[in-house]
Design a protein around this ligand. Structure first.
Ligand code: I3P
Length: 109
């Protein structure tokens, strides 16, 4: 699955709140391949491997939990992603249907 996702980092690897200065929203072209969610700067091209920079933003989603971000109301269509290493991301999808589809796909990994 792929599509545009705008990301905000809420908690880091140790579960600690992401410090100020690194909490802003950033738009990515997201690609879910196997157990990895790639967050790429450029649009998805199936024939191209992710760049070095894109690998840094890749998130392992096995044993991750995706839910609707009910406690976040500043933006619509936001899901909350908790990874197995205690990171928390807010991910804004382009619409409700896309958000539901990402939640489903991530939780199926
Ligand atoms: C953050 C940025 C985010 C904001 C966040 C700020 O600043 O303004 O948009 O989240 O607020 O810390 P920075 O770019 O310096 O990281 P919201 O859009 O959700 O308000 P927060 O610290 O309350 O999460």
């Amino acid at each position: 699955k792929h599509g545009v996702l705008t990301r905000k980092s809420h908690a880091d690897m140790d579960g600690k709140r992401t410090p100020r200065g690194r909490r802003s929203w950033k738009k990515f072209y997201a690609v879910l391949k196997g157990t990895i969610l790639y967050l790429q700067k450029n649009e998805y091209r199936p024939e191209e491997d992710p760049s070095e920079g894109d690998l840094k933003n890749a998130v392992r989603v096995n044993h991750a939990l995706a839910t609707r971000a009910n406690d976040y109301s500043k933006r619509p269509n936001v899901l909350k992603l908790k990874t197995s290493d205690w990171r928390v991301y807010l991910l804004q999808a382009s619409n409700e249907e896309e958000m539901m589809s990402w939640i489903l796909r991530i939780n199926l990994v």
